[in-house]
Design a protein around this ligand. Structure first.
Ligand SMILES: NC(=O)c1ccc[n+]([C@@H]2O[C@H](COP(=O)([O-])OP(=O)(O)OC[C@H]3O[C@@H](n4cnc5c(N)ncnc54)[C@H](OP(=O)(O)O)[C@@H]3O)[C@@H](O)[C@H]2O)c1
Length: 275
C-alpha cells in the first residue's frame, strides 16, 4: 500500500481533457504530479511538471519514467489516460488505422506498465489507474476499433491485477461515459469513410449523435475527482464508472435485458435501425 499523502503520480495524456484535469486536481491536493503528452503545453502547468512522452514509442516512455525516478526516487501512482477515438465502419477501417488505435489505447498502456512495474515491485507498492470507457463495456456502432481497444484494456487490467497483487501493487479501471474534452476535435475518421462509403448515411447520423453527446458530456473534473478518490483510497475494486446516470445505467442494462433488445436500444440511441 502506498502512503496516502504526497504521492508521486505519472499521468499520460495530460495536455488536455481528463489527463489535464487530473494533473491539476491531484497537484492541488498536494501530490507531486508529472503530466505527459506528445505536444508541449500551450500554457505553463500550474503546480505540476510536464514531460514529453509518446506512449507509442518505447524510448520515449523509458526516458520519461527514468526522469521521474531520477528526480523523485519513486513513482507511486500511474494514470494511464492517453488515448484517442477512431471512428468509421469496421469495413471502412484499414488494418493500419486499426493497428494505430491499439498502439495508443492498448499497447501504450502496456508500455508504461512495463516501464514502471520493476520499480514498483522493488518497493512492493503501487497503483495503476487505467482510463477505459463505457465503450469498453458496450460495443458502440461506428466506433468498433475504439471499443475493441477499450475491451482489450479491460481484459489486460483484469489479468494484470491478479499478477501484480502478490507484489503489493493494485490496478483498476475507470469507465467514463461522455466527457466534454478535445476527444471530439481529435477524433480520427477512417480514411475510407468518405463519400464512396456504403455506410456513409448511417455513419454520419451516428457521428452527429456521438459529437453532440460528447459536447453535452460531464466536465473532465468529474473524472479527476474519481481518480483522486481512488488514489486516496486504500484498496480499489476492478472498475468504477463515471458520468451521467443514464449512460452508466445502460451498461447495467446490458446484463439485464435480452441481448437483442439491448442491441436495439443501443442502435436507437444512435438513430440506427435493423432495416
Ligand atoms: N471524452 C470522453 O467522452 C471519454 C469517454 C470515455 C473515455 N475517454 C478516455 O479518456 C482518455 C483521455 O481522453 P480525453 O477525452 O481527455 O481526450 P483529449 O482531450 O483528446 O486528450 C487526449 C490526451 O491524450 C494525449 N495523447 C494522444 N495520443 C497520445 C500518444 N500517442 N502519446 C501520448 N499522449 C497521447 C493527448 O496529447 P498529445 O496529443 O499532445 O499527445 C491528450 O493529452 C482517453 O483514453 C479516452 O479514450 C474519454
Amino acid at each position: 500500500m502506498v502512503a496516502s499523502q504526497g504521492r508521486v503520480v505519472l499521468i499520460t495524456g495530460a495536455s488536455s481533457g481528463i489527463g489535464r484535469a487530473c494533473a491539476q486536481l491531484l497537484s492541488e491536493r498536494g501530490h507531486t504530479v508529472y503530466g505527459t503528452s506528445r505536444q508541449p503545453l500551450t500554457e505553463a502547468p500550474k503546480g505540476w511538471h510536464w514531460l514529453e512522452l509518446d506512449v507509442t514509442r518505447d524510448e520515449s516512455v523509458r526516458r520519461a519514467v527514468d526522469a521521474v525516478l531520477a528526480a523523485e526516487g519513486r513513482i507511486d501512482v500511474v494514470v494511464n489516460n492517453a488515448g484517442y477515438a477512431l471512428a468509421g465502419s469496421l469495413e471502412d477501417t484499414s488494418i493500419e488505422e486499426a493497428r494505430q488505435q491499439f498502439e495508443t489505447n492498448l499497447l501504450g498502456v502496456l508500455r508504461v506498465c512495463k516501464a514502471v512495474l520493476p520499480s514498483m515491485r522493488e518497493r512492493r507498492t503501487g497503483l495503476l489507474i487505467h482510463i477505459s470507457s463505457l465503450g469498453g463495456a458496450v460495443g458502440l456502432p461506428f466506433q468498433g476499433l475504439y471499443s475493441a481497444s477499450k475491451f482489450a484494456l479491460e481484459g489486460l487490467t483484469e489479468s494484470l491485477r491478479q499478477e501484480v497483487a502478490p507484489f503489493g501493487i493494485q490496478a483498476t479501471l475507470v469507465q467514463p461515459g461522455d466527457v466534454h474534452t478535445r476527444i471530439t476535435e481529435n477524433r480520427v475518421l477512417a480514411s475510407q469513410s468518405g463519400p464512396g462509403s456504403a455506410y456513409r448515411a448511417p455513419f454520419e447520423t451516428t457521428l452527429k449523435t456521438i459529437e453532440a453527446d460528447e459536447r453535452d458530456g460531464v466536465p473532465p473534473e468529474d473524472v479527476a475527482r474519481t481518480v483522486l478518490e481512488l488514489l486516496e483510497h486504500g484498496s480499489v475494486r476492478v472498475r468504477y464508472s463515471v458520468g451521467k446516470l443514464v449512460q452508466r445505467a445502460a451498461v447495467m442494462a446490458k446484463w439485464m435485458l435480452p441481448s437483442r433488445a439491448f442491441e436495439a436500444l443501443v442502435m436507437s440511441l444512435y438513430g440506427l435501425s435493423r432495416d
